[in-house]
Each structure stands twice: as structure tokens, then as C-alpha cells.
Design a protein around this ligand. Structure first.
Ligand SMILES: Nc1nc2c(ncn2[C@@H]2O[C@H](COP(=O)(O)OP(=O)(O)O)[C@@H](OP(=O)(O)OP(=O)(O)O)[C@H]2O)c(=O)[nH]1
Length: 238
């Protein structure tokens, strides 16, 4: 189960009331909430509005990227075929639950920059949901901060992934094909209304182990970098 958090309470101005904290992802209050839903209920309507919403998201995120020393990675609107598969196999045939048609990524070089990007975004956008996959990585070892926000003009919900550069490179490289291969097996079993076979489970486990090694190595590098920084600060303070 990924950890799911509701964003900070906001005052009437719409700005987050949260004070800066050393560990913002952990500081978010864990609350039960109903999953955010798109304001339209058909895939056709979503695709009609998507280009404008994608543009809106990119404008918002280029400002955030400038303010937080992160790099904006522009994404294309999710392919129709993948959107249809996700709605059918994961979202109970409910297109309004598809919240990552419009998406983008911010890439940071350190945990500190990632934290600043998160704070800035939380202050300047209407963040509806945060999944902290550093606290609870996926079975493949994949880690990001996954945010859903509501765009002010189009009203559509969009996804922002906050990434560390080396993890993003793995995700956007050969590993993504591994991820798609696992998804294809899961979707096939769902289509055929059967559980995964022993053979499929074994293949998935093997594929995930390979991904896990890559993600874990990259993540350890960032953890070491953070520990070293803390070590230096402690020395100066002492
Ligand atoms: N490469 C890689 N990416 C991962 C992995 N786990 C999660 N992701 C990325 O995070 C996105 C959200 O993953 P989930 O948390 O499982 O999906 P959800 O938000 O829709 O529940 C995925 O979108 P998606 O809709 O499933 O795929 P896509 O349209 O981005 O390709 C994918 O981009 C992984 O093990 N490997």
C-alpha cells in the first residue's frame, strides 16, 4: 500500500498554512480522504480539455522550477491506449478517476532541492493529494513524490512527479520497459478475469528484483550525500 496523505489545511487565500519543516513529507498529516476526481466523466471530454490543461501545468511548473532549482521535464498527454487500459483494469471503468492524463516531472539533484520544490508547489498550487514513495517505495524500488493538483483555469486534475535525477534516469530508461512488461502481464490476467499464474508471478518477481537493484543503488547515493552534508554541518556547529 502506498502511503497517502492529504495536503496541508489552507486558509481562505488558498495558501498552505504549513510552516517550513526539515522533513516536509513526513510532516504532512495522514488523513482519510476520498480520491480526487476529474470534473468531467468521459474520456473524450478529458482528451478535449487535456492540451489546454497540459499547457497550464507547464506554465505553473516552469515558475516552480525557476524558484526551486529543479528541472522541468515536459510530458506528453498520456497515450489514449494506456489511458483506456488503466481505466479498464485499474479504475473500475471510471474515467473521472483518471488523474494522470496531464502530467509533468520536476527533477532535483539533491533531497534538499526536492524538499524546496515540494514546499514551493504546496504554497503556490492547489495540492489535493500527496503520495510519499520515499517513505514507502513501490515493490520495484521506484521512489518519487507523487502529487495531484487542481489547475485553476481548466479545473482539471494533473499529476506532478517530484524526482531525484538518478532515479528519474532509471525510470525513463530501460527500466520503464520492464515496468510496462509487468503491467502487461497484470492487465492480461485482469482481462482474462483470473489471478496471475505461478509462472507470471515468478517472472514479475525476477523483473522487479532487477529494477530494485537499480533503484536501490541510486537511492543509497542520495542518502549518503545527505548524511555527509549533515556530518559537515554538525562539525561546524560543534
Ligand atoms: N518506470 C517505472 N515507473 C513507475 C513504477 N511504479 C510507478 N511508476 C510511475 O508512477 C506512476 C504512478 O504509479 P502508481 O502509483 O502505481 O499508479 P497510480 O498513481 O495510478 O495508482 C506510473 O504511472 P502509470 O500510469 O502506471 O504509467 P505511465 O503512463 O507513466 O507509463 C509510472 O509513471 C515503476 O516500478 N517503474
Amino acid at each position: 500500500q502506498p502511503s497517502e496523505y492529504e495536503a496541508e489545511p489552507r486558509d481562505d487565500s488558498g495558501y498552505s498554512q504549513r510552516q517550513n519543516s526539515a522533513l516536509p513529507f513526513n510532516a504532512l498529516k495522514k488523513q482519510s480522504f476520498s480520491a480526487p476526481r476529474q470534473p468531467v466523466s468521459s474520456l473524450n471530454a478529458l482528451y478535449q480539455q487535456a492540451p489546454m490543461a497540459q499547457n497550464e501545468l507547464h506554465c505553473l511548473l516552469s515558475q516552480i522550477a525557476n524558484q526551486s532549482e529543479t528541472e522541468l521535464l515536459l510530458a506528453k498527454v498520456k497515450e489514449r491506449q494506456r489511458a483506456e487500459a488503466k481505466v479498464a483494469h485499474k479504475l473500475n471503468n471510471d474515467p473521472a478517476a483518471l488523474t494522470d492524463l496531464v502530467r509533468a516531472t520536476l527533477i532535483a539533484d539533491s533531497l534538499d532541492d526536492l524538499q524546496l520544490a515540494f514546499d514551493t508547489l504546496n504554497q503556490q498550487a492547489n495540492v489535493l493529494q500527496v503520495k510519499d514513495r520515499f517513505a514507502q517505495p513501490k515493490a520495484s524500488g521506484y521512489r518519487d513524490i507523487n502529487l495531484l493538483l487542481q489547475l485553476p483555469k481548466s479545473g482539471l486534475i494533473a499529476e506532478v512527479q517530484l524526482h531525484l535525477r538518478k532515479i528519474a534516469a532509471i525510470k525513463n530508461g530501460a527500466e520503464h520497459q520492464v515496468y510496462e512488461a509487468v503491467q502487461a502481464m497484470e492487465h492480461k490476467a485482469a482481462r482474462e478475469q483470473r489471478p496471475l499464474s505461478e509462472l507470471e508471478l515468478a517472472r514479475i518477481q525476477k523483473l522487479r528484483q532487477e529494477s530494485h537493484k537499480l533503484y536501490h543503488k541510486a537511492w543509497l547515493g542520495y542518502k549518503r550525500q545527505q548524511t555527509q552534508t549533515l556530518g559537515i554541518e554538525n562539525t561546524i556547529v560543534a
